[in-house]
Design a protein around this ligand. Structure first.
Ligand code: SIN
Length: 514
C-alpha cells in the first residue's frame, strides 16, 4: 500500500461535519416522531477528531484517469491504467493536504472492462477494509463501466461512510511520470481533487456510493454514461444530479432514498459479501431486443448454465416472439431467472410472474448486477422479486406521517398563570390556575387538524396506513428529493408535533381538574 501523508493543518470541512451531524439528528428525529422505527444509536462520528483532517483512502483501479497519451494534445489515443495513483495524488499537492489526509490503495491498474466479477467482489472487500479506519473512500475507475462499478459498490458495501467513484474522459499526461507533460485540458486532476473533497466533506454520508465527475454528483443506481467522448458524459435521466461542486463548495440538494434509513440497520443491503465466496457469483447475461430478433442466444445461455438473463426490451419491456418462446423454455427447463427492463434508457417496466421479475426503472446493466447478487444470496425467486421491488426500486413515501404530524401550524399554548398568594398570606401555597378553564384558542388563525382536533383519534387514512404496517421513508438509492427543504420541513414538523402534544396535555389536565 502506498501512503501519502501530507502535513496536517486546519481542515476546511469542519463546519460541514457539524451540518452532517445536524442533518443526521433531524433525520433521526423525524423517524422517531413518525413512530416509524426503533432508533438505534447513530454510527460513531465519521469525521476525525478536531485538529485532524478527514482521512480519505483512494482505491485505484486504473482507466483513462491513469492513462498515458501519445502527446499533450492527444485525447482519444492513449494507454489506460498506466500511472500509479500515488504519483497522481502527488501532483495534487500541496492543495490536497489543505483539506484531507490521503492514503492510496493500488487495487489494480487496468481499463474498466478488464475486471471480473470476482474482482468486483474483492473491490468491495478492499473498500470496506479502507473504510474501517478512514472517513471516506474514493474509487477510481475507467468511465466505460464506471456506472456498474458504482452500483455494485452501492449494493454491497456494508458501511455508511462516503464512497465516491471517479475517473476521467481525457488521459492524465504524456510523459514518463504523472507530473511530466500533462495533457492539455485533462479532466483527471480536477475530478480526483474534487472527488476527494466530496468524500472529505462527509456530505454524502449514508448516500451509499455516488459518482463524481465533471463537478457533478450522481446517484450510483441512476447514473449512466451518456456520451462516448465528452467530458460531461454522465447523466441521470429523469431524476437529475444529486448536486455539484463549485470550486471548494460542495452543494448537495437531493439524496438517494436510502439516506432516510441512515439511523437504522434498514440502511444495509442483504448483500454482505463476507458471507459468500468471491467466485460464488453466477453468470447473468443481457439480451438486447430488436425487430424480429431470434431467441438462439437465450437458448445457448441456458444450455451453458447461465443463471439469469436481463432482457432489454423495446418500450415497456417487449421482446420478439422467438425470444419469448426461448425465454419460456429456458425458465421451464433450466430454471433461468429473467428480469424485464427497457432499452429506452429511462422509464419503468412493471408486471412479471413465474420466473420473470419486473426490473422497474433499473437500466439493464444495473438490473444485471442486482439479479446476479440475488442469485448469490437466495434460491427463492419470491425473495429476489421483493428485493427488486424494494432496494432495487426505492421510492419516498411520507403517507404514514399523516398519522403523526398535524397538517397545519401548531401554536404554543399561553403559559399557565403564576400562583398568586392569598391577601395576607404572603408566600402561602395556592391551587394553580382556574378549574374548568378551556384550552387557549389559537391566536393566529391556525386551523386544527381535521378529525384530530382533540388529539384522541387518528384519521381513517392513518389507521389504514398503520394497519398496513406502512413506514415513512424506507428504501434504498433510487428516488431523489430536495433534502434541504425536506429536512427543514421535517424539523418544523417534529417541533410542531411536540408543541401539539404539550398543548393537548395541558388541555386534558385542565379538563380533568375542571
Ligand atoms: C475505461 O473505461 O477504462 C476506458 C475509458 C475511460 O476510462 O474513460
Amino acid at each position: 500500500m502506498v501512503t501519502t501523508r501530507p502535513a496536517r493543518n486546519t481542515p476546511d470541512s469542519r463546519p460541514r461535519a457539524g451540518l452532517r451531524r445536524a442533518v443526521a439528528a433531524a433525520t433521526a428525529g423525524l423517524l422517531a416522531a413518525a413512530g416509524a422505527v426503533a432508533l438505534e444509536p447513530l454510527a460513531p462520528a465519521a469525521v476525525a477528531a478536531d485538529g485532524d483532517k478527514p482521512k480519505i483512502v483512494v482505491v485505484a483501479t486504473g482507466g483513462t484517469l491513469a492513462g498515458k497519451a501519445g502527446g499533450r494534445d492527444t485525447y482519444t489515443s492513449y494507454r489506460a491504467g498506466t500511472y500509479p495513483m500515488a504519483d497522481m495524488v502527488g501532483v495534487l499537492q500541496p492543495e490536497l493536504s489543505a483539506f484531507a489526509d490521503v492514503e492510496v490503495v493500488q487495487f489494480g491498474n487496468a481499463g474498466s472492462g478488464g475486471y471480473s466479477i470476482a474482482q468486483y467482489h474483492d473491490l468491495t472487500i478492499a473498500v470496506e477494509d479502507a473504510l474501517a479506519d478512514a472517513d471516506g473512500v474514493v474509487v477510481t475507475t475507467g468511465t466505460d463501466t464506471m456506472e456498474e462499478f458504482a452500483y455494485w459498490l452501492d449494493l454491497t458495501v456494508q458501511n455508511k461512510k462516503p464512497v465516491v467513484i471517479t475517473g476521467a474522459m481525457r488521459p492524465w499526461a504524456a510523459g514518463n511520470t504523472a507530473s511530466e507533460s500533462m495533457v492539455l485540458g485533462t479532466d483527471g486532476p480536477a475530478n480526483l481533487l474534487q472527488s476527494i473533497r466530496l468524500a472529505a466533506s462527509q456530505e454524502t454520508y449514508c448516500f451509499g456510493t455516488v459518482l463524481s465527475l465533471n463537478d457533478e454528483v450522481h446517484a450510483a443506481r441512476d447514473v449512466t454514461k451518456g456520451n462516448s467522448t465528452r467530458n460531461d458524459t454522465f447523466v441521470t435521466r429523469m431524476s437529475g444530479v444529486l448536486g455539484w461542486i463549485d470550486g471548494s463548495d460542495v452543494i448537495i440538494n437531493r439524496a438517494p432514498a436510502r439516506v432516510l434509513d441512515c439511523a437504522t440497520n434498514d440502511w444495509f443491503t442483504p448483500f454482505d459479501l463476507r458471507t459468500v465466496a468471491r467466485d460464488a457469483h453466477k453468470r447473468v447475461e443481457i439480451f438486447y431486443n430488436a425487430q424480429a430478433v431470434g431467441g438462439e442466444a437465450i437458448t445457448a445461455w441456458a444450455d451453458a448454465g447461465v443463471a439469469g438473463v436481463v432482457t432489454a426490451g423495446t418500450g415497456a419491456g417487449g421482446i420478439s416472439s422467438a425470444a419469448g418462446t426461448a425465454r419460456t423454455a429456458a425458465a421451464r427447463d433450466k430454471g433461468v431467472w429473467f428480469v424485464s427492463t427497457t432499452r429506452t434508457g429511462s422509464g419503468s417496466v412493471s408486471g412479471g410472474s413465474g420466473n420473470i421479475i419486473a426490473g422497474g426503472d433499473l437500466l439493464p446493466q444495473k438490473a444485471r448486477l442486482l439479479l446476479m447478487l440475488s442469485r448469490s444470496f437466495t434460491e427463492d425467486i419470491a425473495v429476489a422479486r421483493g428485493w427488486f421491488q424494494t432496494l432495487g426500486s426505492p421510492t419516498f413515501d411520507s403517507s404514514a406521517l399523516a398519522d403523526t404530524v398535524p397538517p397545519t401550524r401548531v401554536v404554543d399554548p399561553e403559559p399557565e398563570p403564576e400562583p398568586q398568594p392569598e391577601p395576607g398570606e404572603t408566600g402561602a401555597p395556592t391551587e394553580p390556575g382556574t378549574p374548568g378553564e378551556p384550552a387557549p384558542a389559537p391566536t393566529d388563525g391556525a386551523v386544527p387538524a381535521p378529525g384530530a382536533t382533540d388529539g384522541a383519534s387518528p384519521s381513517p387514512a392513518a389507521t389504514d396506513a398503520a394497519a398496513a404496517g406502512a413506514l415513512p421513508f424506507t428504501g434504498g438509492t433510487a428516488g431523489t428529493v430536495g433534502i434541504v427543504s425536506l429536512l427543514g420541513a421535517l424539523a418544523l414538523a417534529i417541533g410542531a408535533t411536540t408543541l401539539w402534544q404539550h398543548r393537548r396535555r395541558v388541555a386534558l389536565e385542565r379538563g380533568l381538574t375542571g
